[in-house]
Design a protein around this ligand. Structure first.
Ligand code: PLP
Length: 382
């Protein structure tokens, strides 16, 4: 969390009052929530009434997918098909797969090109073919593993031309890329506070007033009757403070992180270890790939070995692959981009954030050759 959000969070946690209560403390908590809603709406260029607070990105994605699908199929049972990109986060993939497995939806996955981009023409073709059957389109704004940024405005224009609602998981984009909900043409957009310097466990689904959503949980009817549960006044306040700050420093911070990333990637590739960067990359690219994401591919090594060896050397990175029941599986994102299982196994996602410095990049590069050598030795033995 950024210090300003920690301070705001701690101060608000000390207050009493349920924002739905009518007494003085309740009204004060409500005022804090509504003021935060206005700040968040203005930072995202959305109307305050379009901001539906949730417990984070996962819940907002589930509400967008299931809520829209249930609402549409209730009035048009023939609209069973969801169109989504094959590189979504599991918070989008899994609710869709759940609907398919329970027999209430069909799905068409949009596959990316080798750079990780979803084609606007591909979406057009799919919607021309299936338009009368589709309930919803969902394409993430920026990918959490490889950092590729999608042409959201163009994709939204295609969905709109077919009269189909479109959702975007913008968890990785907000605070790091320019995000204007009104201008995007989206109907629904997911945001999570902890990816932009705010607390874990709070986020929002930004939903146009016309968006029809069946709630996931029923109860007190808070948040336009679509998200029941006592509002987390301290959490949304800290979310608003963090988002304001992220948007205010975004351009400068993107440039700073982009420079760090470029140095990290260029020097890692120059180590003579055969390390490459996934997809399409060129130095200085702040709009096509997330500035703080460096996604490396290390041949002949397992991502998990690299992760543990780097961790032991004081560098915390991620592989991006899912480990289910202890069995590491190559990333579905890299496989969808056309990489082989073997290539995808050596994936390393290095994230840079507001605390990252030149010295951190130097420390990573200093330990990398030794780590790669040990990981390769381990891979050759298994
Ligand atoms: N969507 C994307 C793209 C993410 O990167 C994440 C978190 O890593 C989520 C959704 C889930 O958000 P949360 O952790 O707030 O539930």
């Amino acid at each position: 969390m950024v210090p300003a959000a920690i301070e705001a969070y701690a101060e608000a946690l000390g207050r009493v009052g349920n924002p739905s209560s009518l007494h003085t403390a309740g009204r004060a908590a409500r005022a804090l929530v509504e003021e935060s809603r206005e700040r968040i709406g203005s930072a995202l260029r959305a109307r305050p009434s379009e901001v539906v607070f949730t417990s984070g990105g996962t819940e907002a994605d589930n509400l967008a997918i299931k809520g829209t699908h249930w609402a549409r199929t209730a009035v048009e049972p023939g609209r069973r098909r969801i169109v989504a990109s094959g590189i979504e986060h599991h918070a989008v993939l899994d609710p869709i797969e759940h609907l398919v497995e329970t027999g209430t939806a069909d799905v068409t996955w949009l596959e990316p090109d080798r750079c990780g981009h979803i084609g606007v023409e591909d979406l057009g073709r799919v919607l021309t073919l299936w338009a009368a059957e589709v309930s919803l389109v969902s394409v993430m704004w920026a990918n959490n593993e490889v950092g590729t940024v999608q042409p959201i405005g163009d994709l939204a224009a295609v969905a709109r031309a077919h009269g189909i609602p479109i959702h975007s998981d913008a968890v990785q984009a907000v605070g790091h890329l320019p995000v204007d909900f009104a201008a995007s043409g989206l109907d629904l957009m997911t945001v999570s506070a902890h990816k932009l310097g705010g607390p874990v466990g709070v986020g929002a689904l930004v939903a146009r007033r016309e968006a029809r959503l069946v709630p996931l949980a029923h109860g007190g009817g808070q948040e336009r009757q679509v998200r029941s549960g006592t509002l987390d006044a301290a959490g949304v306040h800290a979310f608003a403070v963090a988002l304001d700050q992220a948007v205010a420093v975004r351009e400068l911070e993107a440039k700073r992180l982009g420079d760090l990333r470029d140095r990290l990637v260029e020097r890692a590739m120059g180590l003579g270890l055969g390390i490459s960067v996934s997809g399409c990359w060129h130095p200085g690219d702040l709009g096509g790939r997330l500035p703080g994401n460096a996604h490396l591919l290390v041949p002949d090594a397992e991502g998990d070995s690299l992760l543990y060896l780097l961790d032991a050397a004081g560098v915390e990175v991620s592989t991006g692959s899912a480990c289910q029941a202890g069995v590491p599986r190559p990333s579905h994102v890299l496989l969808a981009m056309g990489y082989s299982e073997r290539e995808a196994r050596g994936a390393l996602r290095v994230s840079l954030g507001h605390t990252s410095t030149d010295a951190d990049v130097d420390a990573f590069l200093a330990v990398l050759p030794g780590v790669v050598e040990r990981a390769r030795r381990a891979a050759s033995r298994s």
